[in-house]
Design a protein around this ligand. Structure first.
Ligand code: NAD
Ligand code: TYD
Length: 374
């Protein structure tokens, strides 16, 4: 079915984790592009979930928010009884550093929660289930190569392991029970409403507050950056057009080192590079992520529309204009997390002149070059 025809149909979609970063951008995109659809947003409102992220659409009659847990079968069963056409599962614990501090909640939500959601979708015969996975399930690359969808999963962090388990559970529910499960594995997203524990919003907000930017290790780890709206468009395309059991890599095609990214952010904000602190590395820190996205290009005709420069400008502008949003988010429990995560690190940190190119007490695992076909 073409997406034009689908756009006229009335459908109900259960979006989980819709009060988080990507989920809230996705809900907004659906309300704009599929105005006949009804959206139920099931979100537990953990520290990362914020109803303010969707305040502008809260009164839309096509949108409904339900506070609750994806791991609560009775609640999920009740919601799925409303003739839900699709589940899009964004709900997760999502921060690698927090999973290193304590992995329990990652297993509970990401693995058990996804399993319960899949079981409920199977029982209710929901026609489609899209699991939002990540490029981190593949593990780390060296300087060359890119992961394709057939590559072996080799996660490095408890976060990535829990996402790999959820990803595989979705695919096995397809093979074993016939659930029309679909999986997207995207690269690092950036854009408005991202919780300021992740590197781009953390560094923007620290710089705006004239606080140091803690760069892990030698700052030369590489990430591929994807503007959040582009990812949301890819997810919608996969949801409407993909075959049961299919997996799609979704990348921004813009790789850069963390150091280059940090310098770009500081320059754009007009802040000095002396704010950079090289701090002891993240444990198990993946050196590089890169995705081969030929499948989503060829089969679904998706392409990222937002260039990195433009996307970063929009993102910076959003954080500059929404200072009260991030000041609220950075108060309360975020402060104690920040002390635990960065207190000792910043005490050991070095500035750009002394630190550049040298890990500050890093013990990085040697990254393997897992694929070399680029
Ligand atoms: P986020 O941390 O901003 O939001 C997660 C949301 O899930 C929050 O609103 C939270 O309240 C909710 N949630 C957590 N546990 C829940 C539970 N048990 N029941 C219901 N809701 C619960 O995350 P994000 O960055 O928007 O990521 C969304 C999804 O995309 C995640 O599955 C993540 O693994 C995946 N992903 C993210 C990125 C990225 O760069 N941010 C990249 C690839 C994949
Ligand atoms: P992050 O935003 O946590 O995303 P992910 O771990 O999912 O890639 O981190 C992106 C990169 O930035 C990663 O290489 C780790 C690095 N980083 C820092 O150098 N300092 C920080 O304070 C954070 C949060 C991340």
């Amino acid at each position: 079915m073409t997406s034009k025809m689908a756009s006229k149909e009335k459908r109900t979609v259960l979006v989980t984790g819709g009060c988080g970063f990507i989920g809230s951008n996705f809900v907004r995109l659906l309300l704009a592009e599929r105005p006949h659809w009804s959206i139920i947003n099931l979100d537990l409102l953990t520290y990362a979930g914020n109803p303010e992220n969707l305040a502008d659409v809260a009164e839309n009659p096509q949108y409904r928010f339900v506070q609750g847990d994806i791991a609560d079968p009775a609640l999920v069963r009740k919601l799925l009884a409303e003739e839900v056409w699709a589940v899009v599962n964004f709900a997760a614990e999502t921060h690698v550093d927090r999973s290193i501090l304590d992995s329990g909640e990652f297993v509970r939500t990401n693995v058990l929660g996804t399993e319960k959601l899949l079981a409920a979708a199977l029982a209710a015969k929901v026609p489609r289930f899209l699991q939002v996975s990540t490029d981190e399930v593949y593990g780390s690359l060296g300087e060359r190569g890119a992961f394709s969808e057939e590559d072996v999963l080799a996660p490095s962090s408890p976060y990535a392991a829990s996402k790999a388990a959820a990803d595989l559970l979705a695919l096995t529910f397809c093979k074993t029970f016939g659930v029309t499960a679909l999986v997207t594995r995207s690269s690092n997203n950036y854009g408005p409403y991202q919780f300021p524990e992740k590197v781009i919003p953390l560094f923007i907000t620290n710089a705006l507050a004239d606080q140091p930017l803690p760069l892990y290790g030698d700052g030369l780890n590489v990430r591929d950056w994807l503007y959040v709206e582009d990812n949301c468009r890819a997810i919608l395309r996969v949801l409407e057009q993909a075959q049961a059991g299919s997996i799609y890599n979704v990348g921004g095609g813009h790789e850069m080192t963390n150091l280059a990214l940090t310098e770009l952010l500081l320059d754009a904000l007009g802040k000095p590079r002396s704010l950079i602190r090289f701090v002891p590395d993240r444990l198990g820190h993946d050196r590089r992520y890169s995705l081969n996205c030929r499948r989503v290009f060829r089969e679904l005709g998706w392409q990222p529309l937002v260039g990195f420069q433009g996307g970063l400008e929009r993102t910076i502008h959003w954080y500059v204009e929404n200072r009260s949003w991030w000041e609220r988010v950075r108060s309360g429990s975020f402060r104690s997390y920040y002390r635990t995560q960065y207190g000792d690190r910043l005490a050991e940190g070095k500035g750009l002149e002394t630190g550049s190119g040298k890990p500050a007490e890093a013990e990085p695992r040697q990254p393997e070059d897992r694929r070399a076909d680029g």
